[in-house]
Design a protein around this ligand. Structure first.
Ligand SMILES: [Zn+2]
Length: 275
């Protein structure tokens, strides 16, 4: 019998660790496998350099340098989750040019030298049937207990585009017989606490006692996040009844939802009317 698994799909190296790292660690401990999927090629980014006074300076880097580094860091994070990343490799919408200035061309940005070629930009990937079918095939092939991805309400257009791509792939997987739920993780933190439009959720995973290990997991992305402890996680006590939680919104209909293992049991148990 195959092991139970959850499939997590993030746009960028560090998204899975940041938004659902606690959930992954909790269910890894319970014998689950984690399917770790990246939607973009991770070619865009900046080095975060720690100065003597512990302040952080950001330094632009070209895709030929950034993409392999971020992929190595994703592989290290995935290894801590006892898995290897699957890269869908959609080019990001901007990148640092050879003059070290940010190139922002939006939709259909041509892939720069050194970047992975041959896929539509993440920003238009959800309109490309082939890209949608790859997601469908991945879900059907791995058959996870649930699929977890970004929220449609987010500060990042690449998170949004990823959520749309997964939503469309998931819809096709459902038609082909897949039965697990699709859950959008809530991208809510201290800095967006006053913006209640971000705060749409209907269940959560209790990750009490796991924050420190989650920080260690995030530390795999040292060029992006030199100080995980400084991240602005919110105290969720007033919302979920526990300080440390990861919140989810059903993308699939809640009324059709049937738990099929420990993970979806917890999602069902914590299903609540939003306060
Ligand atoms: Zn991201």
């Amino acid at each position: 019998m195959t092991k139970a698994s959850i499939m997590c799909i993030g746009a960028h190296a560090d998204d899975i660790e940041f938004w659902v790292g606690g959930t992954c660690l909790k269910y890894l401990d319970r014998g689950y496998e984690i399917d770790y999927v990246m939607s973009t090629n991770n070619m865009s980014g900046q080095f975060h350099i720690v100065e003597k006074d512990k302040s952080v300076t950001r330094k632009e880097a070209e895709p030929a340098l950034m993409e392999p580094i971020r992929k190595r860091e994703a592989a290290a994070g995935a290894a801590m989750l006892k898995t290897v990343p699957v890269h869908l490799d959609h080019p990001q919408r901007h990148y640092t040019g050879s003059d070290m200035k940010k190139v922002l061309e939006g939709y259909g940005v041509p892939a720069p030298k050194g970047a992975t070629l041959g896929r539509p930009s993440i920003m238009v990937s959800y309109d490309d049937p082939k890209s949608v079918d790859r997601v469908k095939d991945l879900i059907l092939e791995r058959a996870p207990e649930a699929v977890l991805t970004h929220n449609l309400i987010t500060e990042s257009p690449e998170h949004y585009a990823t959520a749309m791509l997964i939503l469309r792939g998931y819809r096709k997987a459902l038609k082909a017989g897949y039965a697990g739920p699709l859950l959008f993780w809530n991208e809510f933190c201290q800095s967006t606490e006053l913006d209640m439009s971000f705060f749409i959720w209907n269940s959560f995973i209790d990750i009490s006692g796991l924050r420190q290990r989650q920080f260690d997991l995030i530390r795999c992305h040292i060029t992006m996040v030199p100080f995980p402890e400084r991240m602005d996680y919110l105290d969720f006590t007033r919302y979920a009844g526990v300080k440390d939680a990861e919140l989810f919104k059903f993308a699939s209909p809640v009324r059709d939802f049937k738990p099929s293992g420990d993970f979806t049991d917890e999602i069902k148990r914590n299903l609540m009317t939003q306060k």
